[in-house]
Ligand binder design. Structure first.
Ligand SMILES: [Zn+2]
Length: 99
């Protein structure tokens, strides 16, 4: 279950390291997302089509509230679950693009 403590840890997380891990996935833009199954928050990659965005959209202009939930593996839940985007990680996105 989700706890406030889990969310309070957010500032202490290493988002870049989470993004670099295999659990984040291989393709898509970096988003901070919450698993609807267990409430865990993790950095995931989501393809634009998965979050109901046009493939040509500038991802740095996206708001998390514009993005739909997407399916991704949750290791705590032990399979694919739905994740709700809570933030588009534009800082990581720009770093990847070398901006
Ligand atoms: Zn989960």
């Amino acid at each position: 279950m989700s706890t406030d403590a889990d969310r309070g840890d957010r500032d202490g997380r290493d988002l870049a390291a989470e993004l670099a891990s295999a659990a984040a996935g291989q393709v898509g833009i970096p988003v901070d997302a919450i698993c609807v199954g267990c409430g865990r928050t993790r950095v995931k990659r989501a393809r634009l089509e998965e979050i109901d965005q046009h493939p040509q959209v500038d991802p740095t202009s996206l708001e998390a509230t514009d993005c739909t939930s997407f399916k991704h593996v949750c290791y705590r839940c032990g399979g694919a679950t739905w994740w709700n985007p809570i933030a588009v990680l534009t800082g990581l996105l720009e770093r990847e693009r070398g901006e």
